[in-house]
Design a protein around this ligand. Structure first.
Ligand code: MCN
Length: 786
């Protein structure tokens, strides 16, 4: 095949899918090591309790049991506490208050499912049976699960370090100018907004297999990680488990993560440590109940928002107060989610002169909360777009035109909340979406639905997100513990095949295809000659991993830099071989040519020449291999318009999404089919949040929706046949002009759905998930209010 059929912009089917759809994927739980033992955790049934005694004698005596380990041994061996790696300071300058989080807790448990001990046995079943036989006595304490309740005087206290359960009280923006905007406003829209808690639900539950080689004093850890190098760094530098060069982390095929596999969890630490203690390789694989109870949850915000308008319906100020529930402990990146990933996007697509936001992060007796697809940006978009829709209704303006009136139109645009938008055309995506949905025909469709007894509504969401999570200096100045660049190495083999080693990690995003498309496009070689290597700290020297829709914009940019270097050297060599001037050499369709002559050399012959080294230019080293690190200067800002049309049955409250159009601007698109798949997945997760999903706790801290019997995931018949389109402004900040696409659908869709339902039912008093019961209730309340 030629590069044009497989290069940038081609709808190439995913190369990795052959192994996935034929059952040949190799996941962590598929790995085996001779003599391998299995771990099962003893977990707290209480949300908040003192551990008064732990008796493992019966368990230790059970057949096949190698060890029962508790926090006593963990502490004695000097294994460090889990940490949060992003420092946030409160508005008074004080650092965030981090309660101690041990991988095995021996004193006070703070959420249901917290591990207090681990059993290592010869089979998974025996490990579980023995875990059941560990007798733990608890003295239950009062629990608190809601963040607003946790802030009330007299609420149960989780950590002595955090008085009043307050982790930080942070602010952004300018309070004085914002207050002044409100003082002179012609209209103020006020809302309380709840963003429901979600469980990430990756298809493959988390797993770890740790193997300690005593002779070499070396560990290998196979784990379900989105960022194996960061895992190695954190495990070695902070948890005192192994020196970095003595720990190899391999993240093989990973069956989805959606953010939940960025963090270090107690289980992989314990497996590493238990492997050394027992002298056996130790494997643990979560069952679905453990996944519900221990995978970091997402969202869970309570907010108050106020929007100030002048007499011409232009926005003059935005004021937000948010209380974010971070659960029982601070997970690795949790502190950044309700702050820099959330409040920096509160300007939306709009030119807002003054913004002030205050965020309080709070401990509760619930599973820790961290990044989940979109991480902070869905919460910001939901808030902004619910408020925009509501304000338009209040002032009697068409919601699309109200948004258009306030769009940012000149770039770069500096918002009052740190972000500087580099490029965009928000009118273009709004126009495309309005045309696709036939906005002018909506009134007729509504009337027709009414004739069938159905309430039809239309809802908008003009989202923006900051992704390509990177600029190391910028994130460093905001408190991130690591820089967020990316690395790549391109190795051209003597026969002209190419290996690309990348620090990005693919766990469903199709990197083995899109990254190879880039190389194919650049060197005119077939995709089958390119292989993408990732997910192994012994193969790839270092990398920052995949999250924040960064692998295209940042990871591929690092590959471009390495390809530039390879091409420069290869051209120099080709010029020498063809006795031509370097400046006359071009690389077209896999062949080096001398301009103005018929001289040419195929790519593979130049590669071979680099290794045979019989005829190299003076001073040139043999070989064809180059590496690069790429650190962009700004985030990328994908944006778009989503429009949702629903029909609600007023008798049952059941919502049907009858149409959904998505117009996205992702800059240059490498593979339209993969991008569409990413948007489909994101939209479905966003619709799941809007209509179905909710991690609900009872007042004692028991997770009521702790299985698929109670936690409702979207299925095919819950979602419409999406109609997708793209508009295009190139991102000026990276060589390919790309913007991330991996989270957009989940970020933009919830407000479109809820705006459509509230439009249909004529009541704005609706919280997610808009289950039939909730919608039915809102219809009734709306009628009572009338
Ligand atoms: N791409 C493209 N053109 C663009 C942008 C991206 O062709 N303009 C391609 C990329 O080359 C890549 C894919 O689209 O193959 C996604 O790229 P990008 O937007 O850079 O996102 P990442 O690869 O960094 O993936 C992370 C993102 C996030 S943050 C979450 S959460 C998420 C998501 O991807 N989790 C996923 N998509 C997921 N998809 C699956 N199947 N499973 C997950 O866990």
């Amino acid at each position: 095949m030629t590069s044009s059929a497989e290069g940038i912009g081609a709808r190439v089917t995913r190369r990795e899918d052959k192994r996935f759809v034929t059952g040949k994927g190799r996941y962590t739980d598929d790995m085996t090591v001779p003599g391998m033992a299995h771990a099962a955790f003893v977990r707290s049934p209480h949300a908040h309790a003192k551990v008064t005694s732990l008796d493992a004698s019966a368990a230790r005596a059970m057949p096949g049991v190698e060890a029962v380990l508790t926090s006593e041994e963990l502490v004695a061996d000097g294994v460090g506490n889990l940490i949060c790696g992003w420092m946030i300071h409160s508005k008074d300058g004080s650092p965030m208050k981090m309660g101690a989080w041990r991988a095995l807790e021996g004193d006070t448990v703070r959420h249901v499912g917290q591990a207090v001990a681990v059993v290592v046995a010869d089979t998974p079943a025996r490990a579980r049976d023995a875990a059941d036989a560990v007798v733990v006595e608890y003295e239950p304490l009062d629990a608190v699960v809601d963040a607003l309740d946790a802030l009330k005087p007299g609420a149960p206290q989780l950590h002595p370090e955090a008085e009043g359960n307050l982790i930080y009280d942070w602010e952004i923006g300018d309070q004085a100018t914002t207050d002044a905007a409100f003082a002179s406003a012609a209209h103020v829209t006020r809302m309380e907004i709840r963003n429901n808690r979600l469980v990430p639900n990756a298809m493959e539950p988390r797993a770890a297999l740790a193997s300690y080689d005593e002779a070499e004093e070396h560990y290998t850890l196979w784990t379900t990680s989105q960022n194996p190098h960061v895992a190695r760094l954190v495990l070695s530098a902070f948890y005192n488990i192994a020196p970095e060069h003595k720990l190899r982390v391999i993240a093989p095929d990973v069956g989805g993560g959606f953010g939940s596999k960025i963090f270090i969890y107690p289980e992989e630490m314990v497996c590493l440590w238990a492997s050394k203690r027992t002298g056996l390789p130790v494997k643990w694989a979560a069952d679905r109940t453990e996944a519900f109870l221990t995978d970091a949850h997402g969202r869970d915000h309570h907010s108050e928002a106020e929007l100030a308008l002048d007499a011409d319906n232009r926005i003059t100020g935005f004021r937000v107060k948010t209380v974010a529930n971070l659960g029982a402990y601070m997970s690795l990146f949790s502190s950044s989610v309700p702050t820099y990933l959330y409040a920096t996007l509160l300007s939306g697509q709009y030119a807002i002169p003054a913004i002030h936001a205050n965020v309080k992060a709070v401990y509760t007796n619930t599973t820790p909360v961290d990044a989940y697809r979109g991480a902070g940006r869905p919460e910001a978009t939901y808030l902004v777009e619910r408020v925009m829709e509501t304000a338009a209704r209040e002032v009697g303006m068409d919601p699309a035109e109200f948004r258009r009136k306030n769009f940012v139109r000149s770039f770069p645009h500096q918002t009052p909340v740190i972000m500087c938008y580099d490029a965009g055309d928000y009118d273009a995506s709004l126009d495309a979406a309005l045309k696709a949905i036939d906005y002018a025909g909506f009134a007729a469709r509504k009337a027709e639905a009414a004739s069938r007894g159905k309430l039809r509504g239309i809802g908008f969401s003009c989202y923006i997100e900051a992704c390509g999570i990177a600029p190391s200096q910028a994130v460093g100045s905001l408190g991130a513990g690591v820089g967020l660049w990316e690395s790549a190495e391109v190795r051209v083999n003597p026969v002209g095949t190419i290996e690309v080693l990348t620090g990005s990690h693919s766990h469903g995003q199709g990197h083995e295809t899109t990254f190879a498309q880039l190389v194919s496009d650049r060197f005119g070689v077939g995709l089958d000659t390119v292989s993408i290597v990732h997910g192994d700290t012994d193969k790839v020297q270092f990398g920052m991993g995949t999250y924040g829709s960064r692998s295209g914009a940042v990871g591929m940019s690092a590959i471009v830099k390495a390809l530039d270097k390879v091409e420069a050297k290869a051209k120099k060599l080709a010029a020498h071989l063809m006795e031509a001037a370097e400046g006359d050499i071009t690389l077209e369709g896999g062949t080096f040519k001398v301009a103005g002559t018929d001289k040419e050399l195929p790519f593979f012959q130049v590669a071979l020449a680099a290794y045979t080294a019989h005829n190299m230019p003076e001073g040139m080293e043999p070989g064809l291999k180059e590496g690069a690190f790429y650190d962009p200067t700004n985030f990328t800002f994908p944006a778009g318009t989503y429009i949702c049309e629903v029909e609600v049955d007023p008798d049952t409250g059941k919502t049907e999404i009858v149409d959904f159009v998505a117009a996205d601007d992702f800059g240059t698109i490498i593979n339209p089919m993969i991008v569409e798949g990413q948007v489909h997945g994101g939209l479905t997760q966003g619709i799941g949040q809007a209509l179905l999903e909710n991690a609900a706790y009872d007042e004692d801290g028991q997770l009521l929706s702790g299985s698929y019997m109670d936690y409702c995931m979207p299925r095919a018949d819950d979602v419409p046949s999406y109609r997708l389109m793209t508009t295009m402004t190139a991102c000026p900040g990276n060589p390919l002009g790309m913007k991330g696409c991996g989270e957009a659908g989940a970020i933009g869709s919830p407000p479109a759905v809820i705006n459509a339902i509230t439009d249909a039912i004529g009541s704005n008093d609706l919280v997610m998930p808009a289950t039939p019961a909730a919608v039915w209730q809102a219809i009734r309340q709306g009628r009572t209010a009338e």
